[in-house]
Write a protein that binds this ligand. Structure first.
Ligand SMILES: [Zn+2]
Ligand SMILES: [Zn+2]
Ligand SMILES: [Zn+2]
Length: 89
């Protein structure tokens, strides 16, 4: 994984972690998810692009919140949508 960074990722000093182990949108519609991501702007826990509903990406597009973190155990990375940048922490 390339360790490309951007102003959004550099601005993150504390990574927000998931409050619940579930996608906030999938539970409303009784859908399944694969992996979980956390919006670093509003702390929403949402599902990844391998999930049928891709709530994290939809949320980033709709809200303009740029950065997500993985909520998977053992994964420590951030991703910025507008810059397509990854950073491990
Ligand atoms: Zn960025
Ligand atoms: Zn979802
Ligand atoms: Zn958000």
């Amino acid at each position: 994984m390339a360790n490309v960074t951007c102003a959004h990722l550099e601005a993150i000093t504390t990574v927000k972690h998931a409050k619940r182990r579930e996608c906030a949108e999938c539970v409303k519609i009784d859908a399944q998810w694969v992996h979980l991501r956390i919006c670093q702007e509003c702390n929403a826990t949402l599902c990844c692009d391998d999930s049928p509903n891709r709530h994290a990406t939809n949320h980033a597009r709709a809200s303009g919140h740029p950065v997500i973190a993985s909520a998977e155990p053992g994964e420590r990375w951030l991703y910025c949508y507008p810059d397509d940048a990854f950073a491990e922490y």
